[in-house]
Design a protein around this ligand. Structure first.
Ligand code: FRU
Length: 540
Protein backbone atom coordinates (compact mmCIF):
# COMPACT_ATOMS: atom_id res chain seq x y z
CA UNK A 1 0.00 0.00 0.00
CA UNK A 2 1.97 2.99 -1.28
CA UNK A 3 -0.20 5.44 0.60
CA UNK A 4 0.80 3.87 3.91
CA UNK A 5 4.39 3.04 3.03
CA UNK A 6 4.98 6.76 3.04
CA UNK A 7 4.78 6.55 6.82
CA UNK A 8 7.90 4.43 7.17
CA UNK A 9 10.75 6.35 8.67
CA UNK A 10 14.11 6.94 7.04
CA UNK A 11 16.45 7.36 9.98
CA UNK A 12 14.52 6.12 13.02
CA UNK A 13 15.09 2.47 13.89
CA UNK A 14 12.42 0.04 12.69
CA UNK A 15 12.37 -3.68 11.91
CA UNK A 16 11.55 -4.53 8.29
CA UNK A 17 8.00 -5.45 9.23
CA UNK A 18 5.66 -6.44 12.08
CA UNK A 19 5.20 -5.22 15.61
CA UNK A 20 7.93 -3.76 17.86
CA UNK A 21 7.74 -2.44 21.41
CA UNK A 22 10.28 -1.88 24.20
CA UNK A 23 14.01 -1.37 23.68
CA UNK A 24 15.90 -4.19 25.41
CA UNK A 25 19.48 -4.69 26.58
CA UNK A 26 21.14 -1.84 24.67
CA UNK A 27 24.94 -1.88 25.02
CA UNK A 28 28.25 -1.24 23.33
CA UNK A 29 30.33 -4.41 22.86
CA UNK A 30 33.59 -4.97 20.98
CA UNK A 31 33.07 -2.06 18.60
CA UNK A 32 29.34 -2.52 18.01
CA UNK A 33 26.23 -0.99 19.45
CA UNK A 34 23.70 -3.70 20.15
CA UNK A 35 20.02 -3.05 20.18
CA UNK A 36 17.43 -5.64 21.11
CA UNK A 37 13.70 -5.06 21.11
CA UNK A 38 10.36 -6.62 21.88
CA UNK A 39 9.13 -8.07 18.62
CA UNK A 40 6.20 -10.06 17.28
CA UNK A 41 7.55 -12.02 14.29
CA UNK A 42 4.03 -12.93 13.15
CA UNK A 43 2.17 -9.67 12.83
CA UNK A 44 1.76 -5.96 13.33
CA UNK A 45 0.11 -6.15 16.77
CA UNK A 46 1.39 -7.05 20.21
CA UNK A 47 0.69 -10.74 20.73
CA UNK A 48 1.27 -13.91 22.67
CA UNK A 49 4.50 -14.49 20.84
CA UNK A 50 6.96 -11.79 21.80
CA UNK A 51 10.63 -12.48 21.15
CA UNK A 52 13.85 -10.48 21.08
CA UNK A 53 14.75 -8.81 17.82
CA UNK A 54 18.38 -7.80 17.43
CA UNK A 55 20.34 -5.28 15.38
CA UNK A 56 23.85 -3.86 15.47
CA UNK A 57 25.37 -0.57 14.48
CA UNK A 58 28.73 1.17 14.46
CA UNK A 59 27.22 4.60 15.04
CA UNK A 60 23.68 4.28 16.45
CA UNK A 61 22.30 5.43 13.07
CA UNK A 62 22.96 2.77 10.43
CA UNK A 63 21.74 -0.68 11.49
CA UNK A 64 22.09 -4.25 10.42
CA UNK A 65 19.25 -6.56 11.37
CA UNK A 66 20.49 -9.82 12.86
CA UNK A 67 18.64 -13.09 13.51
CA UNK A 68 16.28 -13.10 16.49
CA UNK A 69 18.38 -13.22 19.65
CA UNK A 70 15.91 -15.15 21.80
CA UNK A 71 12.61 -16.86 21.09
CA UNK A 72 9.93 -18.26 23.40
CA UNK A 73 11.21 -21.83 23.43
CA UNK A 74 11.23 -22.62 27.17
CA UNK A 75 8.40 -23.22 29.64
CA UNK A 76 9.56 -20.15 31.58
CA UNK A 77 9.24 -17.79 28.61
CA UNK A 78 6.77 -19.57 26.35
CA UNK A 79 4.24 -16.75 26.66
CA UNK A 80 6.81 -14.12 25.94
CA UNK A 81 10.49 -13.27 26.11
CA UNK A 82 9.87 -9.94 27.73
CA UNK A 83 11.89 -6.89 28.58
CA UNK A 84 15.35 -7.02 30.07
CA UNK A 85 18.68 -5.27 30.45
CA UNK A 86 22.35 -5.96 29.88
CA UNK A 87 25.07 -5.78 32.50
CA UNK A 88 28.69 -5.82 31.40
CA UNK A 89 30.96 -7.17 34.12
CA UNK A 90 34.44 -5.69 34.65
CA UNK A 91 36.00 -8.65 32.81
CA UNK A 92 33.82 -7.94 29.75
CA UNK A 93 31.33 -10.73 30.34
CA UNK A 94 27.77 -9.87 29.27
CA UNK A 95 24.84 -10.84 31.46
CA UNK A 96 21.35 -10.45 30.06
CA UNK A 97 18.60 -10.45 32.64
CA UNK A 98 15.06 -10.60 31.26
CA UNK A 99 11.51 -11.39 32.21
CA UNK A 100 9.82 -14.52 30.95
CA UNK A 101 6.10 -14.99 30.93
CA UNK A 102 5.78 -18.69 31.78
CA UNK A 103 3.37 -21.24 30.36
CA UNK A 104 1.14 -20.21 33.31
CA UNK A 105 1.66 -16.47 32.62
CA UNK A 106 3.77 -16.07 35.75
CA UNK A 107 6.43 -13.38 35.43
CA UNK A 108 9.86 -14.78 36.29
CA UNK A 109 13.38 -13.47 35.81
CA UNK A 110 15.84 -15.31 33.60
CA UNK A 111 19.45 -15.09 32.54
CA UNK A 112 21.00 -15.37 29.11
CA UNK A 113 24.59 -15.12 27.87
CA UNK A 114 26.34 -14.75 24.54
CA UNK A 115 27.14 -18.24 23.25
CA UNK A 116 30.40 -16.95 21.80
CA UNK A 117 31.75 -13.87 23.57
CA UNK A 118 34.44 -13.55 20.91
CA UNK A 119 31.78 -12.82 18.28
CA UNK A 120 31.38 -9.03 18.28
CA UNK A 121 27.94 -9.41 16.71
CA UNK A 122 26.76 -11.70 19.53
CA UNK A 123 24.50 -13.58 17.17
CA UNK A 124 23.90 -16.65 19.34
CA UNK A 125 22.45 -16.49 22.83
CA UNK A 126 22.16 -19.25 25.42
CA UNK A 127 19.67 -19.31 28.22
CA UNK A 128 20.99 -20.23 31.65
CA UNK A 129 20.19 -23.89 32.52
CA UNK A 130 19.13 -22.82 36.02
CA UNK A 131 16.35 -20.51 34.76
CA UNK A 132 14.17 -19.08 36.12
CA UNK A 133 16.43 -17.51 38.69
CA UNK A 134 13.82 -15.37 40.45
CA UNK A 135 10.11 -15.96 41.10
CA UNK A 136 7.62 -13.35 42.29
CA UNK A 137 8.10 -12.95 46.07
CA UNK A 138 5.23 -13.39 48.55
CA UNK A 139 2.78 -10.50 48.43
CA UNK A 140 3.60 -9.62 44.82
CA UNK A 141 1.16 -10.48 42.06
CA UNK A 142 2.52 -13.09 39.67
CA UNK A 143 1.72 -10.77 36.78
CA UNK A 144 3.21 -7.68 38.42
CA UNK A 145 6.88 -8.54 38.44
CA UNK A 146 8.87 -7.61 35.39
CA UNK A 147 11.60 -5.76 33.48
CA UNK A 148 14.86 -6.02 35.49
CA UNK A 149 17.28 -3.09 35.25
CA UNK A 150 20.97 -3.13 34.45
CA UNK A 151 22.85 -4.14 37.63
CA UNK A 152 25.17 -1.80 39.53
CA UNK A 153 27.88 -2.57 42.06
CA UNK A 154 27.52 -1.82 45.73
CA UNK A 155 30.58 -0.72 47.69
CA UNK A 156 30.63 -4.22 49.23
CA UNK A 157 31.10 -5.68 45.78
CA UNK A 158 27.61 -7.07 45.34
CA UNK A 159 25.63 -6.57 42.15
CA UNK A 160 22.27 -4.93 42.71
CA UNK A 161 19.33 -4.37 40.39
CA UNK A 162 15.71 -3.41 40.54
CA UNK A 163 12.43 -4.87 39.27
CA UNK A 164 9.21 -2.88 38.96
CA UNK A 165 5.97 -3.95 40.60
CA UNK A 166 2.99 -2.65 42.52
CA UNK A 167 1.12 -3.28 45.75
CA UNK A 168 -2.51 -2.32 45.44
CA UNK A 169 -2.21 0.96 43.54
CA UNK A 170 1.26 1.87 44.75
CA UNK A 171 4.05 1.53 42.19
CA UNK A 172 7.24 0.13 43.72
CA UNK A 173 10.84 -0.82 42.94
CA UNK A 174 11.91 -4.19 44.39
CA UNK A 175 15.64 -4.69 44.85
CA UNK A 176 17.82 -7.81 44.48
CA UNK A 177 21.48 -8.42 45.28
CA UNK A 178 23.76 -11.09 43.87
CA UNK A 179 27.44 -11.94 44.04
CA UNK A 180 27.60 -14.24 41.04
CA UNK A 181 24.38 -13.87 39.00
CA UNK A 182 23.46 -17.39 40.02
CA UNK A 183 21.90 -16.94 43.39
CA UNK A 184 19.90 -13.88 44.26
CA UNK A 185 18.83 -12.32 47.48
CA UNK A 186 15.83 -10.06 47.84
CA UNK A 187 16.55 -6.84 49.74
CA UNK A 188 13.66 -6.23 52.13
CA UNK A 189 11.44 -3.23 51.45
CA UNK A 190 11.49 -1.12 48.31
CA UNK A 191 13.87 1.45 46.84
CA UNK A 192 11.01 3.86 46.29
CA UNK A 193 7.23 3.86 46.00
CA UNK A 194 4.56 6.28 44.85
CA UNK A 195 0.92 5.73 45.82
CA UNK A 196 -1.69 5.90 43.09
CA UNK A 197 0.67 5.28 40.18
CA UNK A 198 -0.07 1.58 39.57
CA UNK A 199 2.27 -0.94 37.99
CA UNK A 200 5.80 0.29 37.30
CA UNK A 201 7.10 -1.19 34.07
CA UNK A 202 10.62 -0.90 32.69
CA UNK A 203 12.28 0.74 35.68
CA UNK A 204 15.57 2.44 34.89
CA UNK A 205 18.07 3.62 37.51
CA UNK A 206 21.32 5.45 36.82
CA UNK A 207 23.69 8.14 38.05
CA UNK A 208 24.21 11.55 36.44
CA UNK A 209 27.07 13.95 37.05
CA UNK A 210 26.43 17.41 38.45
CA UNK A 211 29.92 18.54 37.43
CA UNK A 212 30.36 17.36 33.85
CA UNK A 213 28.43 16.48 30.74
CA UNK A 214 30.01 13.07 30.56
CA UNK A 215 27.74 10.17 31.29
CA UNK A 216 28.43 7.88 34.21
CA UNK A 217 28.66 4.13 34.22
CA UNK A 218 25.78 2.61 36.14
CA UNK A 219 27.82 1.72 39.23
CA UNK A 220 29.30 5.22 39.74
CA UNK A 221 28.39 6.99 42.94
CA UNK A 222 29.79 9.57 45.31
CA UNK A 223 30.11 13.34 45.43
CA UNK A 224 28.81 15.27 42.40
CA UNK A 225 26.46 12.42 41.54
CA UNK A 226 22.68 12.50 41.52
CA UNK A 227 20.55 9.50 40.69
CA UNK A 228 17.64 9.15 38.33
CA UNK A 229 14.75 6.72 38.70
CA UNK A 230 12.53 6.29 35.65
CA UNK A 231 9.31 4.30 35.62
CA UNK A 232 6.88 3.53 32.82
CA UNK A 233 3.34 3.88 34.08
CA UNK A 234 1.20 1.12 32.66
CA UNK A 235 -1.89 3.18 33.53
CA UNK A 236 -1.17 6.21 31.38
CA UNK A 237 1.57 4.89 29.09
CA UNK A 238 4.09 7.62 29.88
CA UNK A 239 7.67 7.54 31.17
CA UNK A 240 8.22 9.52 34.35
CA UNK A 241 11.48 10.28 36.08
CA UNK A 242 12.76 11.89 39.23
CA UNK A 243 16.21 13.16 40.12
CA UNK A 244 17.24 12.49 43.69
CA UNK A 245 19.56 10.80 46.13
CA UNK A 246 20.31 7.14 46.40
CA UNK A 247 21.28 5.93 49.84
CA UNK A 248 23.19 2.73 49.24
CA UNK A 249 23.17 1.62 52.89
CA UNK A 250 19.44 2.10 53.35
CA UNK A 251 18.74 0.99 49.77
CA UNK A 252 16.47 4.02 49.31
CA UNK A 253 15.93 6.59 46.62
CA UNK A 254 14.55 9.96 47.70
CA UNK A 255 13.39 12.37 45.00
CA UNK A 256 14.55 16.00 45.28
CA UNK A 257 11.12 17.26 44.44
CA UNK A 258 9.14 15.41 47.07
CA UNK A 259 7.58 18.64 48.36
CA UNK A 260 4.29 18.07 46.60
CA UNK A 261 4.49 14.34 47.16
CA UNK A 262 4.96 13.66 43.47
CA UNK A 263 8.00 11.47 43.88
CA UNK A 264 8.13 10.76 40.19
CA UNK A 265 6.87 13.90 38.53
CA UNK A 266 8.83 14.72 35.37
CA UNK A 267 8.40 13.22 31.94
CA UNK A 268 11.10 12.39 29.45
CA UNK A 269 8.73 13.30 26.69
CA UNK A 270 5.32 14.94 26.70
CA UNK A 271 4.21 13.16 23.56
CA UNK A 272 4.56 9.46 22.77
CA UNK A 273 7.60 7.81 24.37
CA UNK A 274 7.39 4.68 26.49
CA UNK A 275 9.25 1.76 28.08
CA UNK A 276 12.52 3.58 27.61
CA UNK A 277 15.94 2.43 28.71
CA UNK A 278 19.39 3.99 28.98
CA UNK A 279 22.83 2.44 28.70
CA UNK A 280 26.30 3.71 29.39
CA UNK A 281 28.32 4.01 26.19
CA UNK A 282 31.93 3.30 27.15
CA UNK A 283 33.12 4.37 23.70
CA UNK A 284 32.16 8.01 24.18
CA UNK A 285 31.48 8.21 27.91
CA UNK A 286 27.89 9.20 27.51
CA UNK A 287 24.56 7.85 28.66
CA UNK A 288 22.20 7.10 25.81
CA UNK A 289 18.42 6.84 26.06
CA UNK A 290 16.13 4.82 23.80
CA UNK A 291 12.33 4.97 23.87
CA UNK A 292 9.55 3.11 22.14
CA UNK A 293 7.38 5.39 19.99
CA UNK A 294 4.11 3.62 19.29
CA UNK A 295 1.53 4.50 16.67
CA UNK A 296 -1.41 6.82 17.08
CA UNK A 297 -3.32 5.45 14.13
CA UNK A 298 -5.71 2.49 14.37
CA UNK A 299 -4.83 -1.18 14.73
CA UNK A 300 -6.58 -1.80 11.43
CA UNK A 301 -4.22 0.67 9.78
CA UNK A 302 -1.22 -1.02 11.41
CA UNK A 303 -2.28 -4.40 10.09
CA UNK A 304 -2.82 -2.88 6.64
CA UNK A 305 0.64 -1.37 6.57
CA UNK A 306 2.21 -4.50 8.09
CA UNK A 307 4.19 -2.82 10.83
CA UNK A 308 3.80 -0.79 14.00
CA UNK A 309 6.14 1.40 16.05
CA UNK A 310 9.49 3.07 15.69
CA UNK A 311 12.24 3.80 18.19
CA UNK A 312 13.19 7.32 19.18
CA UNK A 313 16.43 8.75 17.94
CA UNK A 314 18.96 7.67 20.58
CA UNK A 315 19.34 10.61 22.93
CA UNK A 316 22.18 11.57 25.23
CA UNK A 317 20.94 12.36 28.72
CA UNK A 318 22.71 14.67 31.13
CA UNK A 319 21.80 16.56 34.26
CA UNK A 320 20.79 20.16 33.46
CA UNK A 321 23.37 22.05 35.47
CA UNK A 322 21.68 25.36 34.71
CA UNK A 323 18.28 24.58 36.19
CA UNK A 324 19.47 21.84 38.55
CA UNK A 325 16.03 20.29 38.39
CA UNK A 326 15.69 18.37 35.14
CA UNK A 327 17.57 16.29 32.61
CA UNK A 328 18.60 17.43 29.14
CA UNK A 329 17.98 15.09 26.23
CA UNK A 330 19.57 15.62 22.85
CA UNK A 331 19.90 13.51 19.69
CA UNK A 332 23.25 11.70 19.70
CA UNK A 333 25.74 13.70 17.67
CA UNK A 334 26.04 10.92 15.06
CA UNK A 335 22.65 12.07 13.75
CA UNK A 336 24.39 15.14 12.34
CA UNK A 337 26.20 12.91 9.82
CA UNK A 338 22.89 12.50 8.01
CA UNK A 339 22.62 16.22 7.36
CA UNK A 340 22.77 17.07 3.64
CA UNK A 341 22.05 20.47 2.13
CA UNK A 342 21.02 23.17 4.53
CA UNK A 343 19.10 26.34 4.05
CA UNK A 344 19.24 29.21 6.48
CA UNK A 345 16.48 31.73 7.08
CA UNK A 346 17.84 34.59 9.14
CA UNK A 347 15.82 37.12 11.14
CA UNK A 348 12.50 36.26 9.56
CA UNK A 349 9.77 38.53 10.87
CA UNK A 350 6.36 37.08 11.54
CA UNK A 351 3.69 39.67 12.40
CA UNK A 352 0.78 38.71 14.66
CA UNK A 353 -1.54 36.37 12.80
CA UNK A 354 0.80 35.45 9.98
CA UNK A 355 2.05 32.33 8.23
CA UNK A 356 5.37 32.62 6.39
CA UNK A 357 6.48 29.91 3.95
CA UNK A 358 10.04 28.65 4.36
CA UNK A 359 11.05 27.74 0.88
CA UNK A 360 12.84 24.40 0.91
CA UNK A 361 12.62 21.23 -1.13
CA UNK A 362 10.45 18.35 0.00
CA UNK A 363 9.96 18.70 3.72
CA UNK A 364 9.63 15.11 4.94
CA UNK A 365 13.13 14.25 6.22
CA UNK A 366 14.49 17.24 8.04
CA UNK A 367 16.60 18.40 10.92
CA UNK A 368 15.37 21.86 11.90
CA UNK A 369 17.02 24.21 14.37
CA UNK A 370 15.13 27.40 15.15
CA UNK A 371 15.38 30.36 17.51
CA UNK A 372 12.62 32.80 18.33
CA UNK A 373 12.43 36.21 19.92
CA UNK A 374 9.40 38.30 20.67
CA UNK A 375 9.45 42.07 20.84
CA UNK A 376 9.96 43.64 24.27
CA UNK A 377 6.97 45.96 24.00
CA UNK A 378 4.62 43.01 23.66
CA UNK A 379 6.02 41.51 26.87
CA UNK A 380 5.62 44.75 28.73
CA UNK A 381 2.14 45.40 27.42
CA UNK A 382 0.82 41.89 28.05
CA UNK A 383 -1.83 41.67 30.78
CA UNK A 384 -0.92 39.44 33.71
CA UNK A 385 -3.15 36.45 34.23
CA UNK A 386 -3.84 33.91 36.94
CA UNK A 387 -4.78 31.08 34.69
CA UNK A 388 -1.98 28.96 33.33
CA UNK A 389 -1.81 27.54 29.85
CA UNK A 390 -1.92 23.77 29.50
CA UNK A 391 -1.08 22.45 26.04
CA UNK A 392 -3.27 19.36 26.20
CA UNK A 393 -6.46 21.16 27.22
CA UNK A 394 -5.84 24.34 25.22
CA UNK A 395 -7.29 25.10 21.82
CA UNK A 396 -3.91 24.33 20.30
CA UNK A 397 -2.27 26.51 17.68
CA UNK A 398 -5.60 28.13 16.83
CA UNK A 399 -6.15 29.58 20.31
CA UNK A 400 -4.71 33.07 20.25
CA UNK A 401 -3.07 34.85 23.16
CA UNK A 402 -1.04 38.03 23.46
CA UNK A 403 2.31 36.21 23.40
CA UNK A 404 1.59 33.00 21.57
CA UNK A 405 1.32 30.60 19.93
CA UNK A 406 4.21 30.86 17.46
CA UNK A 407 6.58 28.35 15.94
CA UNK A 408 6.69 26.10 12.91
CA UNK A 409 4.12 24.24 10.87
CA UNK A 410 5.65 20.96 9.80
CA UNK A 411 4.27 18.34 7.41
CA UNK A 412 1.99 20.96 5.93
CA UNK A 413 0.57 21.01 2.44
CA UNK A 414 0.56 24.20 0.38
CA UNK A 415 -3.13 24.89 1.08
CA UNK A 416 -2.77 24.23 4.79
CA UNK A 417 -5.41 21.55 4.73
CA UNK A 418 -2.98 19.52 6.82
CA UNK A 419 -0.27 20.78 9.14
CA UNK A 420 1.31 20.04 12.51
CA UNK A 421 2.24 23.09 14.60
CA UNK A 422 5.21 22.81 16.95
CA UNK A 423 5.03 25.96 19.02
CA UNK A 424 5.76 28.08 22.06
CA UNK A 425 3.08 29.85 24.07
CA UNK A 426 4.18 32.48 26.57
CA UNK A 427 2.01 33.83 29.39
CA UNK A 428 2.62 36.48 32.01
CA UNK A 429 1.76 35.64 35.59
CA UNK A 430 0.38 38.00 38.26
CA UNK A 431 3.95 38.35 39.55
CA UNK A 432 5.00 39.66 36.13
CA UNK A 433 7.06 36.57 35.40
CA UNK A 434 6.78 34.87 32.06
CA UNK A 435 5.95 31.25 31.75
CA UNK A 436 6.60 29.31 28.56
CA UNK A 437 4.81 26.25 27.26
CA UNK A 438 6.09 24.08 24.44
CA UNK A 439 3.47 22.14 22.50
CA UNK A 440 2.79 20.02 19.44
CA UNK A 441 -0.73 20.14 18.02
CA UNK A 442 -2.00 17.17 16.02
CA UNK A 443 -5.53 18.49 15.46
CA UNK A 444 -4.93 19.52 11.84
CA UNK A 445 -2.22 16.96 11.17
CA UNK A 446 -4.30 14.75 8.92
CA UNK A 447 -7.65 14.76 7.17
CA UNK A 448 -7.89 11.06 8.06
CA UNK A 449 -10.29 10.43 10.92
CA UNK A 450 -8.94 7.16 12.29
CA UNK A 451 -5.94 8.75 14.00
CA UNK A 452 -5.58 10.30 17.45
CA UNK A 453 -5.30 14.06 17.31
CA UNK A 454 -3.97 15.22 20.65
CA UNK A 455 -2.21 18.37 21.68
CA UNK A 456 0.94 17.41 23.53
CA UNK A 457 3.34 19.48 25.55
CA UNK A 458 4.30 21.03 28.85
CA UNK A 459 6.13 23.91 30.46
CA UNK A 460 9.70 24.53 29.51
CA UNK A 461 12.12 26.35 31.82
CA UNK A 462 13.56 29.44 30.11
CA UNK A 463 16.38 31.19 31.93
CA UNK A 464 17.18 34.87 31.87
CA UNK A 465 18.57 36.09 28.54
CA UNK A 466 17.88 32.78 26.81
CA UNK A 467 16.20 32.85 23.42
CA UNK A 468 13.48 30.33 22.79
CA UNK A 469 14.93 27.49 20.79
CA UNK A 470 13.83 24.22 19.31
CA UNK A 471 15.32 21.37 17.33
CA UNK A 472 12.94 19.18 15.36
CA UNK A 473 13.77 15.84 13.80
CA UNK A 474 11.15 15.23 11.19
CA UNK A 475 11.03 11.79 9.62
CA UNK A 476 7.86 11.05 7.61
CA UNK A 477 5.43 10.03 10.37
CA UNK A 478 7.42 11.13 13.43
CA UNK A 479 8.05 14.63 14.75
CA UNK A 480 10.60 14.61 17.58
CA UNK A 481 11.03 18.08 19.10
CA UNK A 482 13.55 19.26 21.69
CA UNK A 483 12.95 22.67 23.30
CA UNK A 484 15.60 24.74 25.13
CA UNK A 485 18.41 22.31 24.50
CA UNK A 486 16.30 19.31 25.49
CA UNK A 487 14.69 20.48 28.75
CA UNK A 488 11.28 19.65 27.40
CA UNK A 489 10.82 17.09 24.64
CA UNK A 490 7.68 16.27 22.67
CA UNK A 491 7.42 13.41 20.19
CA UNK A 492 4.37 12.79 18.09
CA UNK A 493 3.30 10.53 15.27
CA UNK A 494 1.41 12.10 12.41
CA UNK A 495 -0.32 10.61 9.40
CA UNK A 496 -0.87 13.23 6.74
CA UNK A 497 -2.48 12.15 3.50
CA UNK A 498 -1.70 15.24 1.42
CA UNK A 499 1.41 16.71 3.04
CA UNK A 500 3.54 13.81 1.87
CA UNK A 501 6.54 13.36 -0.41
CA UNK A 502 7.18 16.44 -2.54
CA UNK A 503 3.95 18.06 -1.37
CA UNK A 504 5.16 18.50 2.21
CA UNK A 505 6.01 22.09 3.13
CA UNK A 506 7.40 23.99 6.07
CA UNK A 507 6.06 27.29 7.43
CA UNK A 508 6.85 29.74 10.17
CA UNK A 509 3.72 30.90 11.97
CA UNK A 510 2.78 33.43 14.58
CA UNK A 511 -0.75 33.31 15.89
CA UNK A 512 -0.15 35.66 18.82
CA UNK A 513 -2.34 38.76 18.88
CA UNK A 514 0.36 41.18 20.12
CA UNK A 515 3.83 39.74 19.83
CA UNK A 516 5.93 40.13 16.74
CA UNK A 517 8.24 37.18 16.31
CA UNK A 518 11.72 37.23 14.85
CA UNK A 519 12.92 33.78 13.92
CA UNK A 520 16.12 32.28 12.61
CA UNK A 521 15.66 28.84 11.14
CA UNK A 522 18.26 26.42 9.84
CA UNK A 523 16.91 23.47 7.90
CA UNK A 524 18.85 20.42 6.77
CA UNK A 525 17.60 17.82 4.36
CA UNK A 526 18.38 14.50 6.01
CA UNK A 527 19.86 11.49 4.31
CA UNK A 528 18.28 8.09 4.89
CA UNK A 529 20.09 5.72 7.19
CA UNK A 530 20.93 2.19 6.06
CA UNK A 531 18.76 -0.09 8.15
CA UNK A 532 18.84 -3.45 6.46
CA UNK A 533 19.40 -7.17 7.00
CA UNK A 534 22.89 -8.43 7.68
CA UNK A 535 24.27 -11.10 5.37
CA UNK A 536 27.13 -13.13 6.82
CA UNK A 537 29.10 -12.93 3.57
CA UNK A 538 28.90 -9.18 3.22
CA UNK A 539 31.78 -7.10 4.44
CA UNK A 540 30.92 -4.87 7.38
C1 FRU B 1 6.13 -2.56 28.45
C2 FRU B 1 5.92 -4.05 28.61
C3 FRU B 1 6.85 -4.63 29.64
C4 FRU B 1 6.92 -6.08 29.23
C5 FRU B 1 6.88 -5.98 27.73
C6 FRU B 1 6.13 -7.10 27.06
O1 FRU B 1 5.70 -2.09 27.23
O2 FRU B 1 4.58 -4.32 28.92
O3 FRU B 1 6.41 -4.43 30.97
O4 FRU B 1 8.08 -6.71 29.69
O5 FRU B 1 6.26 -4.75 27.41
O6 FRU B 1 6.22 -6.99 25.66
Amino acid sequence: NSMLSWQRTAFHFQPEKNWMNDPNGPMYYKGWYHFFYQYNPYGAIWGNVIVWGHAVSKDLIHWLHLPLAMVNDQWYDSRGVWTGSATILPDGQVIMLYTGSTNQSVQVQNLAYPADPSDPLLIEWVKHPGNPVIFPPPGIGVRDFRDPTTAWLTSEGKWRFSIGSKVNKTGITLVYDTMDFKTFERVEGVMNAVPGTGMWECVDFYPVSTKSDNGLDTSENGADVRHVVKVSLDEDRHDYYAIGSYDEKKVKFVADDSKNDVGIGLRYDYGIFYASKTFYDQRTQRRVLWGWIFESDSEVADIAKGWASVQSIPRTVVFDRKTGSNLLQWPVEEVDKLRLRSKEFKDMRAEPGSVVPLDIEAATQLDIVAEFEINKEAFEKAAPSNSSYVCSTSGGARQRGALGPFGLLVLADADLSEYTPVYFYVTKGRDGNLKTSFCSDQIQSSVANDVHKHIYGSFVPVLKDEKLSVRILLDHSIVESFAQGGRTVVTSRVYPTRAIYGAARLFLFNNATDATVTASVNVWQMNSAFIRPYHPDQSI
